[in-house]
Design a protein around this ligand. Structure first.
Ligand code: B1M
Length: 179
């Protein structure tokens, strides 16, 4: 966790700020993203090591139009390390794919990650699509990602919001009454 918090996450945040200020460009963003994913592969066995008994099944994905997956992957590691069986739908997941996976699976929690202000609306649209398909009450919905907030999560009708990966594991457990 120290490597993650003090090294990797603070490093990638700095990259984001440099990109925001026009000092870094897309290639630097890409290279930094790849370096981060490579480092996470090394940490995965440590962070995903199950330390608690089975808690539940979670379906997770990055919403439509969004390819950021570093944060989602860290959330997955923390969930796995805290007793969750996780199915990852990957990035740029369409409303239809989220709905179909919820329909076919037996997940207690659906997690959606959004990193762009532009793709936050895809989270809300997915919740609407689940409602329209009569699937909304089949799962508890947890949302997160850098631009998201608790107020926004309430507004779009999610069941929970988590600002970071360790909190996501706690919040998911609380959603199924196992906190
Ligand atoms: Co992008 N990008 N990016 N990017 N990128 C941001 C997000 C941005 C803030 C950079 C900036 O301008 N300063 C900006 C978004 C602005 C906005 O909308 N507000 C941005 C932009 C503009 C873009 C493009 C549009 C650039 C372009 O093409 N011109 C483009 C969009 C592509 C698309 O998605 N359609 C783009 C592309 C990319 C790369 C592909 C190059 C790469 C991603 C690689 C990858 O993910 N595999 C990339 C990167 C690396 C970033 C930054 C630098 C880092 C993101 C990251 O991994 N953060 C980012 C700047 C920043 O965030 N400061 C930026 C570290 C990660 C650990 O944090 O993802 O927030 P985060 O996850 C946290 C929490 O949010 C939470 O837990 C995690 C761990 O604690 N969390 C959850 C996340 N998901 C959760 C789900 C939960 C609960 C908690 O429940 C389900």
């Amino acid at each position: 966790m120290e490597i993650l918090d003090k090294g990797l996450i603070s490093g990638i945040k700095e990259v984001g700020e440099l990109f925001g200020r026009g000092e870094y460009f897309l290639p630097e963003l890409l290279v930094s993203g790849e370096a981060m994913l490579g480092a996470l592969e090394l940490l995965k066995p440590l962070l995903s090591k199950r330390e608690t008994p089975f808690v539940g099944k979670c379906l997770i994905g990055t919403v439509q139009g969004d390819v950021h997956d570093i944060g989602k992957n860290i959330v997955i590691m923390m969930l796995k390390g805290n007793g969750w069986e996780v199915t990852d739908l990957g990035v740029d997941v369409s409303l239809e794919d989220f709905c179909s996976a919820v329909d076919k699976g037996d997940f207690q929690v659906l997690g959606m990650s959004a990193l762009l202000t532009m793709t936050m609306s895809a989270t809300a649209k997915t919740i609407e699509a689940l409602k329209a398909a009569g699937l909304r009450d089949k799962v508890k919905i947890m949302v997160g990602g850098a631009p998201t907030t608790q107020e926004w999560a309430n507004e779009i009708g999610a069941d929970a919001y988590a600002p970071d990966a360790p909190t996501a594991a706690k919040v998911a457990a609380a959603l199924v009454g196992k906190s």
